[in-house]
Design a binder for this molecule. Structure first.
Ligand code: NDP
Length: 244
């Protein structure tokens, strides 16, 4: 299936590393004009070295005011990927208010905020658009030490559905991808221990974790007009984990 984003303008958050970085590069390869948002300038420098058509924006998405200032002037956006997130893992009884607030600020509040800014522009132009939120299998299945992370992703799934409901009439589609473990920096944090990873892979019918490209391909599909009638779905990219 050939997907072209020629003439489209895309914004990807958390584009410095992992899934977000690969998504930004894939969108650029498919012809989109990409704005890459993340908080570490060094990552943006190497990203632009790798693909000089990408426009870098450095901001900490946990900061509402700085995000407003940074995103407001990026220009019209047709495709938005809300990918940035943090995973602060700790046992339920040890969760602190700071970890809770930091996680919800980035994983949920920033998604709402960036989407508001982008969707207001889409609505005003009347040109429609597509938004993909990067959620997780953790939104729908309890995982040890993931109380806050699971809660943020559960909230994100509902945010996706309400956005789909309210933005649909403006021809703005909103969907999420819900991957299983991917061995990025974040994935290694939680799943490097061979015992833990063996237990997890044994619960995935396909018997393996997802590759970054597995997730990127699903994101591209949901952004593209190949999924024109798909709105408000939470698409597992999990080898069947959530089906069992
Ligand atoms: P990585 O940790 O590899 O990359 C996350 C990116 O987001 C980094 O560039 C990071 O920047 C950026 N980021 C984080 N916080 C902020 C912030 N406050 N402001 C701006 N940028 C920020 O994660 P993944 O690629 O693995 O994860 C991408 C998405 O996929 C996330 O939503 C995650 O929850 C989801 N996911 C990941 C899974 C996995 O196993 N890896 C499984 C299921 C879902 P910096 O490094 O500078 O902090």
């Amino acid at each position: 299936m050939e997907i072209s984003f020629a003439g489209k303008r895309a914004l990807v958050t958390g584009a410095g590393k992992g899934i977000g970085r690969a998504t930004a590069l894939a969108l650029a390869r498919c012809g989109a004009k990409v704005t890459a948002v993340t908080r570490t300038q060094a990552d943006l420098n190497t990203l632009v070295q790798e693909c000089e058509s990408i426009t870098p924006v450095c901001v900490d998405l946990a900061d509402w005011g700085s995000t407003e200032a940074a995103i407001q002037d990026v220009g019209p956006i047709d495709l938005l990927v809300n990918n940035a997130a943090c995973a602060n893992l700790q046992p339920f009884l040890e969760v602190t208010p700071d970890q809770f607030d930091q996680s919800f600020s980035v994983n949920v509040k920033a998604v709402l905020h960036v989407s508001q800014i982008v969707a207001r522009g889409m609505k005003a132009r009347g040109s429609g658009g597509s938004i993909v939120n990067v959620s997780s299998q953790a939104s729908q299945c309890a995982l040890r030490d993931h109380a806050v992370y699971c809660s943020t992703k559960g909230a994100l799934d509902m945010l996706t559905k309400v956005m789909a409901l309210e933005l649909g009439p403006h021809q703005i589609r909103v969907n999420s991808v819900n991957p299983t473990v991917v061995m990025t920096e974040m994935g290694r944090l939680g799943w490097s221990d061979p015992e833990k990873s063996k237990t997890m892979t044994s619960r995935i019918p396909l018997g393996r974790f997802a590759e970054v490209e597995d997730v990127v391909n699903s994101i591209l599909f949901l952004l593209s007009d190949k999924s024109n009638m798909t709105n408000g779905v939470t698409l597992p990219v999990d080898g069947g984990f959530l089906a069992c």
